[in-house]
Design a binder for this molecule. Structure first.
Ligand code: SF4
Length: 411
């Protein structure tokens, strides 16, 4: 394998994770995110995923600081006139709270942020659909953006060119949901549900199943049509993105669960670290291992988006499978560990039984699989399976584990 040394002044890219609330934000940081992007209750898209009060944002920033991480806040609405009420004060409060960067989709908000809160970095949101170097240069030179989040529709050649010529940092998506209409430039959700995609309300109507008609004639009465996309999965593109000089690797998904955040951040943390230490691509065997770790979090079909060139119906469109979107691997969270008896108290989420093979997901370390030899409820009764969610049961665990570690099914 031809290994190419990275230049000495090259910085390791940041791993940027999503979080829909304070708990998921702390989980992302504990599992290795260098930065977390969150949404406040105002001025942010994905408003249903934006559960951070200003006090939460302050706490997130303090927790991030303690762990060497930083917080980015989305201020990415496409604003109408009335949306500017209180925006200046909000940006100043974010700055005071210790937020590192705001992710912005409007030139007017960029200008306002620069004036009102000059310590905040300004990151151009993917809603601006930057797919070429001139657009990136424009945002850097005219609007003083510190970073440009590249459109998911960029090919790897686009990423290389933009990163090489633009003075701003670039950020590229490496995992998560795709929008089939250039990141929210879409009125499908507005039309079907009166929920505006550009005001945070996207109902993901592209993922629904539709009957296809030509005038009054239904074209097929068997196959329902969907135009939703598969999820992006970029394990194979981490090395080319590092080589291209991209500053930040972004995971999509502020609506996702705590289990998803822990699993996906942990998987990419280990993959990026190993590639960085190797100064080059990994062996087929190591990549297969990392792909398996990533797929613990993922239950939708995946694709590598546009990095390899133009995507088409076969590579991009999601085709329904029977267990789509449901993940039963998350079995519970560790609430306590008894080192004398070697048992962990687990708060349950999904059904599991004795003799099943499981593993513990924990920050920093990767433990192997083990078999559940017994399950005991809080009354001391021996069970053959745990069937109820959100109750506590005790199981033997062969290693010391910590509170908030995750018990998951092995695949
Ligand atoms: S409905 Fe689908 S295509 Fe439209 S904005 Fe939402 S995710 Fe994108």
């Amino acid at each position: 394998m031809g290994l190419r040394r990275l230049s000495d002044n090259m910085k390791k890219p940041e791993l940027l994770a999503p979080a829909g609330d304070l708990k998921r934000c702390k989980t992302a940081i504990r599992y290795g995110a260098d930065a977390v992007y969150i949404g406040g209750r105002s001025f942010s898209l994905r408003s249903r995923a934006s559960n951070f009060t200003m006090d939460d944002i302050r706490e997130a920033c303090a927790f991030a600081r303690e762990h060497g991480s930083v917080i980015h806040v989305t201020v990415n609405i496409i604003p109408h006139e009335e949306d500017f009420d209180g925006l200046r004060e909000y940006l100043m409060e974010l700055q005071d709270a210790g937020v590192h960067a705001v992710i912005v989709a409007s030139p007017a908000i960029m200008k306002l942020a620069r004036e009102a809160a000059p310590k905040l970095e300004i990151h151009c949101s993917t809603q601006l659909s930057v797919t070429n170097a001139d657009a990136a240069r424009f945002f850097r030179e005219q609007l003083h953006a510190d970073r440009v989040v590249l459109a998911r529709e960029c090919t790897m050649a686009d990423v290389r060119k933009i990163t090489a010529v633009c003075q701003a940092q670039t950020e590229a998506f490496i995992h998560g949901g795709m929008c089939v209409n250039y990141s929210g430039r879409c009125t499908l959700s507005n039309r079907m549900t009166l929920r505006d995609a550009n005001r945070g309300g996207c109902a993901q109507s592209c993922r629904w199943l539709y009957h296809l008609y030509e005038q009054d004639q239904e074209l097929s009465d068997e196959d329902l049509l969907t135009i939703g996309s598969r999820d992006l999965m970029c394990a194979e593109w981490i090395w080319p993105l590092i080589e291209a000089g991209v500053s930040s690797f972004k995971i999509e998904g502020r609506m996702k669960t705590e289990y998803y955040v822990a699993s996906i951040v942990s998987a990419y943390r280990h993959l990026i670290d190993e590639i960085w230490e190797n100064h080059g691509p990994l062996s087929g065997e190591r990549m297969a291992y990392h792909r398996r770790q990533i797929m613990f979090a993922e239950n939708r079909q995946t694709c590598d988006g546009f990095y390899g060139g133009q995507a088409d119906e076969n590579s991009l469109i999601y085709h329904m499978t029977s267990d789509a979107d449901v993940n039963h691997d998350f079995l519970g969270t560790v609430k306590a560990y008894d080192p004398i008896r070697g048992t962990a108290l687990i708060e349950t989420r999904n059904v599991f039984s004795t003799h099943e093979t499981v593993q513990i997901l924990t920050p920093d370390e990767m433990h192997g699989d083990f078999e559940i030899t017994s399950i005991t409820d809080t009354e001391g009764n021996e069970l053959t399976s745990s069937r109820r969610p959100m109750v506590c049961v005790e199981i033997p665990v062969p290693w010391q584990v910590r509170e908030e570690d995750i018990l998951r099914r092995s695949r």
